[in-house]
Each structure stands twice: as structure tokens, then as C-alpha cells.
Write a protein that binds this ligand. Sequence first.
Ligand code: NDP
Length: 322
Amino acid sequence: MIALRIHETGGVDKMRVDEIPVPIPAADEIRFRVEAAGVNFIDTYHRSGLYKMALPITLGQEAAGVVTAVGTAVADFRVGDRVAGVRVNGAYAEEATIAAAWAVRVPAAVSSSLAAAVLLQGMTAHYLVNDTFPLRPGQTALIHAGAGGVGLLLTQMAKRRGARVFATVGTEAKAVLARAAGAEAVCIYTKDDFTTAVRAWTGGRGVDVAYDAVGRETFEGTLNSLGPRGMFVSFGNASGPVPPFAPLLLAQKGSLFFTRPTLAHYTQTPEEFKTRVSELFAWMAAGVLQVRVGVTYPLKAAAAAHTALEGRATTGKVLLLP
Ligand code: NDP
């Protein structure tokens, strides 16, 4: 079968289309034919070496598809079931394995593409608004990259909790999407100073929470956009990691809180993972959560997908279709 692998870290030129044997599931695993694999920013960190992995490795963690084999100790799944997960062992491939405990059945109402599109970014948005900073009605939230994969889902979920959203985006076309997802105000931060705009929007006070996964380039502006005792949720590094800073800075900027959460710690058990996923699927079935697939690529064109994602050329979800 074909798998998109790296043998060393670096740029997209390190991504190789390898022919490898179809994996054999361990006793507690299932194997499935990948119908859609999610492309996430974390895949680019694995490729570049920002997050360390043992090499060689098949890239990708998120996929949905049809079960083709089950391990000897697996009782919950059968060949032919449609499944999805975010702890897939190498999702950028024609077939992949996953621990059965970390797989979910995909309801008939949800296509494999939409399942692969919603899980990782949807669960991220879910824990950010419900658990990292449980948003209350009327609170104000700054959301960077508001038309991105996480951004569109986060904006919708923040709205659902009654919060008011200020989004930043790179282009006018992205601003249209962020507004449609529920952002009350939008700043094109490639042109305008978002801190000034956020201060004006909040009557000078600053927001209650800032969800910032852009990282290095927005760090300072985000700090300056928060109100007293506001929460800085730094959850990604799209422009590079946030440099070290002194805790005293948080005092000077208004006794701020700072957290650096990651999905693994908000899906610590299969039960926690499944609770979040069932809520996402239920919202999709009810039509109250819109999942936008911005672009799809054939599996072999995974390098082009990374180039587009890192080049700020995408909106919503990026998928690979083997
Ligand atoms: P996105 O679809 O949001 O793509 C990234 C977006 O970031 C771009 O489209 C761009 O939007 C914006 N951006 C701003 N500056 C840059 C830059 N210098 N280079 C690249 N992009 C830039 O990706 P994802 O939804 O997959 O991920 C968004 C972020 O969330 C990532 O940082 C990711 O690591 C993080 N994440 C964190 C998780 C966690 O649990 N901690 C889980 C999932 C994702 P624009 O043009 O509008 O500025």
C-alpha cells in the first residue's frame, strides 16, 4: 500500500510516497481502509521536527474509513464498520491501524470526510470553550485565525455558549467566513492592529479570554488585548513557538492567567474522548455545527497540502483522500 512518510525531518521535500506492507493490527487494534485523512497543523510540526517523533514515520493522526481487520482481543468492531479516530498510527496511508479503545463508530448521517474533518479540530474547540476557559454568556473572546480549521469551529462553539467573539483573519475572504461562523467583529490583522481594534470593541477593557494558536507573531498583541484577570490560552504555534517570558509580565498586564493546553490532556481516557465526539456528531446531525471542508488533495499530494496549510492559503479543513 502507499503511505506518506518521512525518514528525516525538514521541509515538505522530506515527504515521501513509500510502498509499504499493509499493517497487521495488534490484538487490541483494528485496521481500516482510510477514506479520508485529516491534515492538521501538528502534522507539519512532526514533519519539521518541532515535535519529536521516532523515524521513519507515516504522517497523520486523524482519519475515517472502513474496518478491514480486527485484532484477536477486539470485541466491539467488525469488518465493514465505519470508524474514525485521532490516535491513528499513520493516517496518511491507504490503510491504517488504531487501538480499538480510541476508535469511534461514525453515524450514518456523517460522511467519512466530515468525520475526518471534525474530530481533532472539533474536540480542540470543544475543550477550549468548555473546560480550559468555560465561557459564560456575555463574555468576550478573541479568536485568532478565525477562518482556519480550529477557528471556524471554535467561533461557532463560543457563540453557542453565549460568548461574543472577536476574530482575526489574514484576508477579506477569510473575514466573510469568520463572520458567517458567528464572529461579531473581525480584524484583518495582516493590515490592521488587532490590539487597537479589540480595545475599541471592548470599550477599552480588553477581552475575558484570548485563544491564540498563531503563537510567536501574535503573542505580544494578544497579551495587550486581555482585560484584567483575563486568560491567555496559547494552544499552538502556526507562526512559531512563543518565546520564554517572565511570570512578572502577567502581573504587569493585569494579573493574567496563562495556559498552554493540548488535546491529549483533554482526552485522557477513551471515555472522555468519546463524550466529546458524541457531542460533535450530535451537533452535526442536528445541523447546529457546520463543518467546512475547504480543500481536498489526493494522498500522494500531501506535500502540497502542507504547503497550502503552512502558507495560510487554506480555510476550514484540509483533507487527503486516498
Ligand atoms: P488552521 O487551519 O488554523 O491554519 C493555520 C492558520 O493560522 C492559517 O490559515 C493562518 O490564518 C494562521 N496563521 C497566522 N500566522 C501564520 C503563519 N505565520 N504561518 C501559518 N499560519 C499562520 O490550522 P489548524 O486548524 O490545523 O490549527 C490551528 C492552530 O491550532 C495550530 O497552531 C495548531 O497547532 C493548533 N492546534 C492545537 C491543538 C491543541 O490541542 N493544543 C489541537 C489542534 C490544533 P490567517 O491567514 O487567517 O492568519
